[in-house]
Design a protein around this ligand. Structure first.
Ligand SMILES: *Cc1c(COP(=O)(O)O)cnc(C)c1O
Length: 342
């Protein structure tokens, strides 16, 4: 892991991690007088800092070894920790392919990391030839690839991702928040082959647990060790760990809801395609549709007036609106409202 170690910030390598009371004793039964907890109540104990039960369930379903899994307080925590492990503020750089998920930019800003934003081509695919000269830049430490991409909705081409993996020696983070809605396999199969690869997924979308704030990363055990070293000790609450475990134990419910969302997406596509104000529906491998309209600001506000909130992406992709696939009644209300606006 020498090559990865060279990418880690000096202060992180030298850091002595906080050792929580619960870390040192991992048994279940005992008289716990070690953490200044209150002896009364049913939420009085600190949660498992390493989320062992959750990781065991996740490992079985995702077919990734436990020591290659990190659990974060949402994927947003994982993104921030990646900056803090690998990028020295004011010195190092990261790369994104725009337009993409807004948190990479915010997190880069918070960590004082310059972001090289490489525009996607007109088909929303990466222009890897244009990034090739940057890949040798010693200050470029982290590349974010969001696939399926938000807000464009498409998977990024496999051969382009492979090109980056084969030509970049820094960290490649593939954000797969929407992978379960797509027909594609996860890149997690490649973590053994590429020790610099981090896969990011979340319970917020296909698992229906946005409220619980649980994200997870798959990577080499060395990178997972680095995440564990710098995370806040009890970063995922016991309530949230339990809700994720329950979801994993009810895979039938997951599959049922996933199928319903995918059917509703097809219904929504068909209905939208019949409306004159919808000029284009972009192909989507996710649970949302990016559509082009004549006047996105106007339609956005007309929908708000009718109590329907979509995401106006006009400032990012001209006259585009991003619509999350809702349940049948929500989708019907959207279509009814759009018909009124004409
Ligand atoms: C929604 C989303 C996430 C999820 O973030 P959480 O913090 O896990 O809720 C991550 N990445 C992308 C691209 C997203 O759109």
């Amino acid at each position: 892991m020498k090559s990865i170690e060279n990418l880690v910030r000096e202060n992180i390598l030298n850091l002595t991690a906080y050792s929580s009371a619960r870390k040192e004793f991992s048994g279940i039964d005992g008289v716990f007088l070690d953490a200044n907890e209150n002896p009364f109540g049913d939420k009085n104990r600190y949660p498992d800092p390493y989320q062992k039960i959750l990781k065991k369930e996740l490992s079985a379903i995702k077919n990734v070894p436990i020591d290659s899994i990190f659990i974060g307080n949402g994927s947003d925590e994982v993104i921030d920790l990646a900056f803090r492990i690998f990028c020295t503020p004011g010195v190092d750089k990261a790369m994104t392919f725009s337009p993409t998920y807004g948190m990479y930019d915010v997190s880069a800003g918070i960590n004082d990391i310059e972001l090289l934003k490489i525009p996607l081509k007109n088909n929303f695919q990466m222009d890897v030839k244009s990034v090739e000269p940057f890949l040798k830049n010693k200050e470029l430490k982290l590349i974010f690839i969001c696939s399926p991409n938000n807000p464009t909705g498409n998977l990024l081409n496999e051969e382009d991702i492979l090109f980056i993996l084969d030509n970049f020696k820094g960290i490649v983070l593939i954000d797969e928040a929407y992978i379960d809605f797509s027909s594609s396999n996860s890149w997690s199969e490649k973590i053994n082959q590429y020790p610099n690869l981090i896969i990011l997924q979340t319970f917020s979308k296909a698992w229906g647990l946005a409220n619980s704030r649980v994200g997870f990363a798959f990577s080499s055990s060395y990178i997972i060790h680095l995440f564990n070293k710098i995370k806040p000790p009890y970063n995922v609450s016991g309530l949230n760990q339990n809700s994720a475990v329950s979801a994993l134990q009810n895979i039938e419910n997951f599959n049922k809801n996933l199928q319903t969302i995918l059917q509703q997406k097809e219904w929504l596509k068909k209905e939208l395609s019949q409306l004159e104000i919808i000029q284009k529906i972009y192909p989507s491998d996710a649970n949302f549709l990016l559509v082009e309209v004549e006047n996105a600001d106007f339609i956005y506000h007309e929908l708000v007036v009718r109590g329907i909130i979509v995401r106006n992406r006009n400032n990012i992709i001209r006259n585009s609106i991003r619509i999350s696939v809702g349940n049948a009644s929500e989708n019907q209300k959207l279509i009814n409202a759009l018909k009124e606006i004409i």
